[in-house]
Design a protein around this ligand. Sequence first.
Ligand code: ZN
Length: 209
Amino acid sequence: MMNRPKETTMTYEQETDTRLAEVYGEILRLRNRQAGNREQLMYHAGLRKRYTTRSKYTWTNDGDFVEVSFPDALDRVQAMLAESGDEYFNPLSRGGTIQQVRDNLDKLDQLEIDIAKAEGEYMELEAAYTGWSRFFLVTSSRGHIHSSMGCSTCRPTTTYGWLPGLSGLTETDAVAEHGPALCSVCFPTAPVEMVGGWITAAQAQRRAA
Ligand SMILES: [Zn+2]
C-alpha cells in the first residue's frame, strides 16, 4: 500500500503541483504572521478585543463599543508616531517602545510585499492548470480525499494538504496509496469500495505536502 516506489522523475503535473503546494504553504505561513503583526498593531493603537461570541471578537476602545478597523488603527498609530517624535512611546494600553512600533510597521510592509509575491507565483502556476486530476487531504479534522480545496462537504474553515505526487494520476492510484477514503461528492463515479473511509488529521498532516 504505502511502499510503492517513489517516481524518480516527476511529471509536469506533479512538478507544477509540488511547487504550488509549497507556495500555498508559504502563503498560509505569511498570512499567519501578518495576523500576529496586525494584532500587535491593534494593541499599539490602544485597542482591546471585545468578544461577541466565544471565538469571535471586534477591536474596540476601552469602554466604548465602536468597532475599529485595521486601516483606522493603522492611521491612529501613524498619527501617534508623528506626534511622539523619538520619545518613549506609551499609547493607551499595552504599549511598546517607539522602536517596537516602527519595527512592527516595517514587518507589516515587508509581509505585504512577500504575500503579494507569493500570491503572484501561485496565480501564475494556477494559470497553467489544464484540469488534470488532483488530490487533497483534510488536515483540520478527520476527513476524506478530495479533488479540490472547494468541496461542498467541507466547511469554510477546513484546511487541506496537497498530494502533488498523485497529480495527473487516477482515483485507483490515490486509493492504492491512501486507502478507500475518496469523497463521494468529489469522485461521483468512483466504485463504492473506494469511497467513504476516513483519514485522521494527524495522518493527513504526515502524508500531505
Ligand atoms: Zn470532496
